[in-house]
Design a protein. Structure first.
Length: 211
């Protein structure tokens, strides 16, 4: 999204999770080539040598789309405009503002430019498991399955992005393997957030609350 604004292409884009929740600490990740020393990180950021980033889907954000929560109106593209039900101004979303800023500079970019490092979008492993078994991500059954998969894979990111599907199938339930594969291929369902309401991302359309 940032790369659609031409002036932002002159700076490195990095991604880091906030640390308010331990299990979500690796939800966003920046990969570098060199060792993790301050001089090396500083140099790579200045020289735009970020290897790749991992993100959660921006549509999950509370203000991704324009809309009016009270009336249930959502508008992803174009100017926010007026709520067709109550006549008040729709709350402008990030997607609309990005398009506005890009257009104001005379060049709208719809796809990621070649010079931008790869950005991988993920659904957390616990959310995938919870959708598979129909229980909340914080449930004991989900946690036990999660720990077993991570123990075999070495890390959550390894299970989600690195190990071949055939290898995952040796220790993961078939439904979980299918879910991971669908997320890798971007075959998911998204209901964008708007006007203070979080968006929902799911695999089979079964959005499970985090309870």
């Amino acid at each position: 999204m940032c790369m659609r604004i031409p002036e932002l292409r002159n700076v490195a884009t990095v991604s880091f999770s906030d640390a308010h929740s331990g299990q979500n600490l690796g939800r966003e990740v920046t990969y570098f080539d060199e060792r993790l020393s301050f001089p090396a990180l500083r140099s790579q950021i200045i020289k735009k040598q970020v290897k790749k980033t991992i993100e959660y889907f921006p549509e999950e954000g509370k203000y991704y789309a324009s809309g009016h929560r009270k009336c249930g109106i959502v508008k992803v593209n174009g100017n926010p405009g007026i709520c067709p039900i109550c006549g008040t101004n729709l709350t402008e979303g990030v997607s609309s503002r990005i398009a506005e800023l890009a257009a104001s500079q005379g060049k709208t970019v719809e796809s990621t430019p070649a010079e931008c490092p790869p950005s991988i979008k993920l659904i957390g492993l616990k959310k995938i498991i919870s959708e598979c078994i129909g229980l909340g991500p914080s449930s004991k059954s989900v946690d036990l399955e999660y720990q077993g998969i991570v123990d075999h894979a070495g890390s959550e990111l390894s299970a989600l992005t690195e190990l071949p599907i055939e290898e995952l199938a040796q220790f993961c339930p078939a439904k979980v393997v299918e879910g991971i594969d669908l997320v890798r291929r971007g075959k998911i369902r998204i209901r964008p957030g708007y006007d203070g309401k979080y968006g929902e991302v799911s695999i089979w359309g079964k959005c499970i609350s985090n309870s």
